[in-house]
Ligand binder design. Structure first.
Ligand SMILES: Cc1ncc(COP(=O)(O)O)c(C=O)c1O
Length: 361
């Protein structure tokens, strides 16, 4: 009774693809998927539980299809004169990106990103039938505006992904790159700011570029800075016409009443939810400094993780850390590994375990 995938009448363009599969194992120190490892503060958790309990009383009815209160909450949080008409949300920013690709990608279309970048971009694109085209980065995974514009204009994609800052490298992306890429394409430009809250405070968000750019989309998530990965809430800001396009492809009532209640309550406490960000940034910078002292090559990071090179054999080092109860990520770049900044204790556990291996080149 155990059929193989190839035995099924599956779409030809899905044959041979590999699903997303970061290991989910219960190790004492899990720093592999860029979560916020601090729990939601108790006073916020109490308020969220009250809101969810309240929503449960009406869970026999379908939820607000337009998630109006939640969109108001995101507009207030983002600022920049945005209103609910500019806001969309989904079950994680992955779903928000999928909605975008369903509306603007699809069969016969192409999506483009500068590799290495977030591994779900090709999967989400291909899932809708779009072709994935990978561009290249320069020294230390940076992107130069002129080079970016010429790569995008050569590829002529329907959708461009700009991960700002980039996963898995942590690399900042200049506003000038976003402007140059936007001008070089007639397609939709998605700036994925999943890690924006970990960038230096004074840095400009792509939200400042939205006025007058109806093909620009800025996506965010509550999974990282807000410590809300398990609740699955992502969102975006764009021209109201883009939001109308997404209404065509979403399933009705895609955001459950419980999700809406929990996220709306969490957003009311944004400053408290975000108070661990400075601490995480401190641990991230400690990781970079210590890695360098140990002889590794950490890359500049504006996120909650650090990519580092100078690893003799990534697979062996990954396994040795695993054996010491520390889970980090082999992102498939030879000689490199990626680690999420955890609490002070988790970060120490990682650094101590790595120091004990002595395997830098
Ligand atoms: C760059 C980037 N975008 C989007 C996501 C998806 O986040 P979520 O679906 O949890 O909002 C991630 C998750 O790691 C990410 O790294």
């Amino acid at each position: 009774m155990n059929a193989r995938l190839e035995d099924l009448p599956i779409r030809d363009d899905l044959r041979g693809l590999v699903p997303y599969g970061a290991p989910q194992v219960a190790l004492p120190v899990a720093l592999n998927v860029n979560e916020n490892t601090h729990p939601v503060p108790q006073e916020v958790a109490d308020d969220i539980m009250d809101a969810v309990a309240q929503a449960l009383h009406e869970v026999n009815r379908y939820p607000d299809r337009e998630f109006t209160e939640l969109r108001d909450g995101f507009a207030t949080y983002l600022g920049h004169g945005l209103t609910r008409e500019n806001i969309w949300a989904g079950n994680g920013s992955n779903e928000v990106l999928q909605h975008l690709l369903q509306a603007f990608g699809g069969p016969g279309r192409t999506a483009f990103g500068f590799a290495p970048t977030y591994s779900m971009y090709p999967l989400i694109s291909r899932g809708t039938g779009a072709e994935w085209v990978a561009g290249t980065r320069g020294h230390a995974f940076t992107i130069d505006p002129q080079d970016a514009a010429s790569q995008v204009s050569d590829a002529a994609p329907d959708v461009v992904f700009l991960c700002a800052p980039n996963n898995p490298t942590g690399t900042p992306m200049g506003i000038d790159v976003i402007e140059a890429v936007y001008d070089a394409t007639d397609g939709i430009v998605i700036v994925d700011e999943a890690y924006h809250e970990f960038a230096p405070r004074e840095e400009r968000s792509a939200l400042t570029l939205l006025p007058g750019r109806e093909r620009l989309v800025v996506s965010r998530t509550m999974s990282k800075a807000f410590a809300f990965a398990g609740a699955r809430v992502g969102y975006l800001a764009a021209d109201p016409a883009v939001i109308d396009a997404l209404r065509l492809v979403r399933l009705p009532y895609h955001l459950s009443a419980l999700t809406q209640a929990a996220a709306t309550a969490a957003l009311r406490h944004a400053p408290t939810m975000l108070r661990m960000v400075d601490d995480i940034v401190g641990q991230r910078d400690r990781i970079s400094a210590t890695l360098e002292a140990l002889g590794y090559e950490p890359y500049e990071s504006w996120t909650n993780f650090v990519l580092f090179g100078g690893v003799k054999d990534a697979r062996t080092t990954w396994q040795a850390l695993y054996d010491q109860g520390v889970l980090i990520r082999d992102v498939g770049i030879p000689g490199h590994l990626r680690v999420t900044a955890g609490t002070e204790d988790e970060t120490s556990a990682f650094l101590d375990a790595l120091a004990s291996l002595d395997s830098a080149s």
